[in-house]
Every structure is written in structure tokens, then in C-alpha cells.
Design a protein around this ligand. Structure first.
Ligand code: FES
Length: 138
């Protein structure tokens, strides 16, 4: 079974990569959904947004070529690179993939999960308060 490794499954909070075995033919978005990697998908995987934009750092040669509609939608994305793909359209082949989730997609995921975004904001605020208190105490 091929493997998919997400280098930054939880964005800046990632403590390391997340690697999972997958079935051939699964989309990268489906894999992310199953393992908890934060790939945004505002249109629900219907090729109408670019929030599932990822960079395929290894294994891109095993994916089917980008089709015209995917290419059109990719025009909406930020920081498009040769290794860019829309996770809802790219299906895993026989080769292992290494994926970096774009900042755009990580942000979209947080927008789609407001409770998690609030929790992370509260944690960040608590860290800043603790650092300020430590600095004030010497
Ligand atoms: S989830 Fe919208 S294009 Fe992939």
C-alpha cells in the first residue's frame, strides 16, 4: 500500500510529520480527512475553490496530470508552484507521496473549524500572558 506523509499536518502546531498507509485511488483530501491533517476544502471537494491547495514534495510523477478544470481553479490559489495540486483532485497512485499543506489551505481549515481556531487563539494568548509574567518577574 502506498503511504502519504504530511509534513505539516497541523500547521505551525505540528510536532512532526504524519504518515499513513492509504488505498490506491484515494484523493489526497480524503486521506487528510481520515487522518486529521488540516487540508481545507471550502467547496467540499467539488472543484470550485482552491482551498485544498497542497504542494506535492515527492511522488508527483505518480499522479495523473493536472486536467484543464483543475488548472483553471488553481489560478485562484496563492503561491502556486510546479508541485502544486488540488488535494481533492489528486488521487494516490503506486508511489508514496510527501505533502506540504499550503498556508492558504491551513487557514481555510481553521475557518471551517471555528472552535479549533478559538481554542488555538486562547492557547496563544495564555502563552503570551505567561511569557509577559515571566519577564515581569525577572
Ligand atoms: S476542495 Fe474545493 S477545489 Fe478542492
Amino acid at each position: 500500500m502506498p503511504k502519504v506523509r504530511f509534513l505539516n499536518p497541523h500547521g505551525v502546531k505540528s510536532t512532526g510529520p504524519l504518515e499513513v498507509e492509504v488505498k490506491r485511488g484515494e484523493s489526497i483530501l480524503d486521506v487528510a480527512e481520515h487522518c486529521g491533517a488540516r487540508v481545507g476544502h471550502a467547496c467540499g471537494g467539488n472543484l470550485a475553490c482552491s482551498t485544498c491547495h497542497v504542494w506535492v514534495e515527492q511522488g508527483v510523477e505518480s499522479l495523473a496530470a493536472v486536467h484543464d478544470k483543475e488548472d483553471d481553479i488553481m489560478d485562484k490559489a496563492f503561491d502556486v508552484r510546479p508541485e502544486s495540486r488540488l488535494a481533492c483532485q489528486a488521487k494516490v497512485g503506486d508511489v508514496d507521496l510527501v505533502i506540504e499543506i499550503t498556508q492558504e489551505s491551513l487557514q481555510a481549515w481553521l475557518d471551517e473549524n471555528p472552535d479549533e481556531r478559538k481554542r488555538e487563539a486562547a492557547e496563544a494568548q495564555a502563552r503570551r500572558a505567561a511569557a509577559a509574567a515571566a519577564a515581569a518577574n525577572g
